[in-house]
Design a protein around this ligand. Structure first.
Ligand code: AMP
Ligand code: MG
Length: 349
């Protein structure tokens, strides 16, 4: 399959081009597109064949459901059994934006889209190209992140092309994404909403609007012995090809420990890498050092994380050590992804 890559400028959206992309979806094809979180891999959410194609293109396990993207609030009603009051509140506050909510689905949504579940995940993105594209596509676009299953989500069109060339019909290149981490997922079907995946919309932000918000116990630890409620969260995810370990502790000891390991691993023939904040990056003796930004700027760190992980792949690094970062606010989402990328390998020293 030939994959067409086209540039789109969000300030001057070429309507003809977007309609062309929309027509591909309506004809059962696949188009990758920019959102404010990461690039999505879109297909018609109401077609079981199109959803099947998405799983095939990504190599994604078929029990890992897709998020349905809409562009108008009135398009929610037909695909969900009920809209709880709390969900209406969150939609008013955070849509369009980086929040996904889980509802009981209607028959309109095929089980192929929901990985066999009776619930459906829905989000209205805020990126102008995404909104125009979803409208041109008929209103319902199923879209997981546009990476091969298990790899870091793409924050640039070139990373989509790396994973998806020859597998999908078109890539809409809208440049850098704004946030760089996937949406917050909240299950609205429980009595009290539950955060299944942390993101830019934090527990505090949700708690300001709702009487109570719970959190899936598997978000920051794999030790509860329970399966995550979002099926996708059980897979090793967001992972670079190299073996990644997070080292947590007092800064000078972390530096000393990592440098000792780097020395040992270099002798064994490894190509070594380090991920650290601006203020400590120069202290490490790795072959490749990558700063992820200022330590207290979680939003900046969120934006850089996947790019940094992908670059280590490009540079054929074989082992990586990362500092741990603060888990306040958006930091929780950053550490959740970093822990998954490391397969929960974190060392307290
Ligand atoms: P991605 O689009 O690649 O970010 O993956 C979508 C995420 O949403 C995965 O972790 C899924 O498991 C989760 N998800 C989608 N639909 C549901 C659902 N109905 N119930 C629980 N989690 C879901
Ligand atoms: Mg994904």
């Amino acid at each position: 399959m030939k994959t067409q890559i086209v540039q789109v400028d969000e300030r001057h959206i070429n309507k003809e081009l977007i309609q062309q992309a929309g027509n591909i979806i309506q004809a059962g094809g696949l188009v990758a597109f920019p959102t404010e979180t990461v690039y999505g891999l879109g297909g018609n959410a109401l077609s079981s064949e199109a959803s099947g194609k998405i799983y095939a293109a990504k190599g994604r396990p078929s029990d890992n459901p897709l998020i349905v993207h809409i562009c108008r609030i009135e398009d929610l009603q037909p695909i969900v059994k009920e809209i709880p009051e709390a969900a209406q509140k969150l939609a008013d506050a955070f849509w369009p934006g980086p929040l996904t909510m889980i509802f009981n689905k209607t028959k309109l949504v095929p089980y192929e889209t929901t990985g066999g579940l009776d619930t459906v995940a829905v989000r209205m993105p805020s990126h102008p190209v995404a909104l125009a594209f979803i409208e041109a596509a008929g209103g319902y676009v199923a879209a997981p992140s546009a990476n091969l299953s298990g790899r870091p989500s793409p924050t640039l069109a070139k990373y989509v092309a790396e994973d998806m060339t020859g597998r999908i019909d078109m890539i809409l290149d809208g440049g850098d994404v704004e946030l760089g981490l996937e949406s917050t997922i909240v299950d609205m079907t429980a009595k009290e909403p539950i955060i299944l995946r942390p993101g830019y919309i934090t527990r505090e932000m949700l708690g300001n609007l709702l009487p109570s918000v719970n959190e899936d116990s598997t978000i920051m630890s794999d030790e509860s012995g329970q399966a995550p409620k979002a099926p996708g969260m059980k897979y090793r995810h967001y992972a670079p090809r190299a073996e990644l370990t997070i080292i947590n502790g007092e800064t000078s000891r972390v530096i000393e420990y990592i440098n000792g390991e780097l020395c040992r691993l270099k002798k064994e023939g490894h190509k070594t890498g380090v991920i650290a904040a601006d203020d400590t990056i120069d202290k490490y003796h790795a072959d490749i050092r990558k700063t992820i930004g200022k330590r207290n700027d979680e939003i900046g760190i969120a934006r850089e994380l996947y790019r940094v992980l992908r670059e280590f792949d490009d540079e054929k690094t074989t082992v990586i050590f990362s500092e741990a970062f603060d888990t306040a606010g958006v930091g929780q989402a950053v550490m959740n992804r970093l822990l998954k990328a490391a397969g929960h390998k974190i060392l307290q020293i």
